[in-house]
Design a protein around this ligand. Structure first.
Ligand code: FES
Length: 102
């Protein structure tokens, strides 16, 4: 069963920024792409790289290790070596706080 968890305040993920956090066993990445907040898995599907230390662009988040880019809407890798999509999560914003459905 899914539940909404509070991630952080909206001010902690400014336009163009990435933010990683843990909730129980889940590691989640938040990304602010032009004012819209997306949530995906934090760890790259190719190897053990923390995507919050990667780079955000219009195409998505680029892994810092081998440079695959993941689309933030569907989590799909846009280039090799990663082939498996990231899991994506629903996001809502209430009273300046970001919530993620896990
Ligand atoms: S660890 Fe991310 S592309 Fe290899």
């Amino acid at each position: 069963m899914s539940q909404w968890i509070k991630a952080c305040s909206l001010d902690q993920v400014k336009d163009g920024q990435l933010f990683g956090f843990n909730s129980d066993e889940k590691k989640i990445l938040l990304a602010n792409q032009k004012g819209k907040i997306f949530a995906t898995d934090l760890i790259c599907t190719h190897a053990d790289a923390d995507l919050s230390t990667g780079f955000l662009s219009e195409e998505g988040v680029r892994c810092p290790l081998h440079l695959s880019v993941f689309n933030l809407q569907d989590g799909k890798p846009q280039n090799l070596p990663a082939e498996v999509p990231l899991k994506t999560y629903n996001v809502k914003i209430e009273q300046n706080e970001i919530y993620v459905e896990v």
